[in-house]
Design a protein around this ligand. Structure first.
Ligand SMILES: Cc1cc2nc3c(=O)[nH]c(=O)nc-3n(C[C@H](O)[C@H](O)[C@H](O)COP(=O)(O)O)c2cc1C
Length: 336
């Protein structure tokens, strides 16, 4: 596979970020109905959870989710290699190593962002995974740790890990401050420095560089794609899911899979019915689509219906009918 042929968009051109508690398989199913080409990432799964826990619960996914990457959290090369094998056996398209999470729990496990202090260990981990599987092994990382903003730090990290065979780097373009900030603050407070991702691309043109952090809307995405191979969008994709509907036509030259929001909602109702038959409460699915009508008349009421726990025993079709009422009433009001 050539990653750099300008006629063929990089497989990493647009990605939806791994987000713990958010990008589960139901969320990814929903996002896939909005874009056929966006690359989707699982929540981070730790090597401990996979090697000692319920593998199927962590790894099962729907056949329609491809291309989909499993993100791993861990720092033992042998454990990571064993988990990469599981990922391959389960049919994932990529294994991604988390070197960007600053949470105290992850730091205690000595992985996530603190791995940026140990590029040789990350290189060993990448090598072990690459030796174990044929899948692309990629790394998601920050551009520095603490207040140290020297470019040389991230350049040496990327250089060392690339020497071990990693060809794709997802660059969350802000430092991680490992002390004094919560994980949430660490996604907002350290300043964004996109120029660092751009410089990495200029310095390592053979690598695929995907930029992440604070990017929302097609214009912002297009501006980044002038400089790097791909863009990963996290919170904006989750909170404003309909924004994904323009991705295929604009960035991949193919029609949008969803005709409109109402048709998409109906498809999700069908999916909720299938899931309900398998014992999954509809609310586990519906929670990911609550931003679908944002900006449209009646969106707040619609959202309230789909998040109303008093309706949890009703079938999805009934909740759907109830949710339509405020939208229709308002639309009729506006038309009158
Ligand atoms: C709720 C939530 C959970 C997250 N979980 C993960 C995770 O499991 N692995 C990871 O690498 N990053 C995680 N992140 C960080 C995102 O992948 C992304 O790097 C960050 O939100 C910046 O991108 P954005 O500004 O487009 O959201 C999480 C972010 C959020 C909001």
């Amino acid at each position: 596979m050539t990653l750099l042929d300008p006629a063929v968009p990089s497989p990493w051109r647009l990605c939806v970020a791994p987000m713990l508690d958010w990008t589960d398989r139901h969320c990814r199913h929903f996002h896939r109905l909005l874009s056929r080409h966006a690359r989707l990432y699982t929540e981070m799964v730790t090597t401990g959870a996979l090697l000692h826990g319920d593998v199927a619960r962590h790894l099962d996914f729907g056949a329609d989710e491809h291309p989909v990457a499993l993100q791993l959290g861990g720092s033992e090369p042998a454990d990571l290699a064993a988990c990469a094998k599981l990922a391959e056996r389960w049919g994932y398209d990529e294994v991604n190593l988390n070197c960007g999470c600053p949470s105290p729990r992850v730091q205690r496990g000595a992985f996530g962002a603190c791995l940026m202090h140990e590029p040789a260990l990350v290189a060993d981990s990448v090598k072990a995974m690459r030796d174990a599987v044929g899948l692309p092994v990629t790394v998601k990382h920050r551009i520095g740790l603490g207040k140290d903003e020297r470019y040389g730090f991230v350049r040496d990290f990327v250089g060392t890990v690339a020497d071990a065979g990693c060809e794709v780097f997802i660059v969350h373009a802000r430092n991680a401050w490992l002390e004094g900030l919560s994980p949430k603050e660490n996604r907002d407070i350290p300043p964004l420095r996109y120029e660092v991702a751009q410089r990495l691309k200029a310095e390592f043109p053979q690598l695929t560089i995907v930029v992440n952090g604070g990017i929302a809307g097609d214009e912002a995405i297009a501006a980044q794609l002038e400089h790097v191979d791909g863009v990963m969008v996290g919170r904006a994709a989750y909170h404003e899911p309909w924004s994904l509907a323009s991705w295929d036509p604009r960035f991949f030259g193919t029609p949008a899979p969803a005709r409109d929001r109402a048709a998409l909602e109906l498809e999700m109702v069908r999916y909720m019915e299938q899931q309900a038959a398998a014992g999954v409460p509809w609310a586990h699915v519906a929670r990911h689509m609550l931003g679908l009508w944002n900006g449209e008349p009646g969106a707040r009421r619609w959202r309230q219906v789909w998040s109303d726990h008093k309706l949890k025993h009703e079938p999805p079709a009934v909740v759907h009918a109830l949710a339509q009422r405020p939208v229709r009433v308002l639309e009729q009001g506006a038309a009158a």
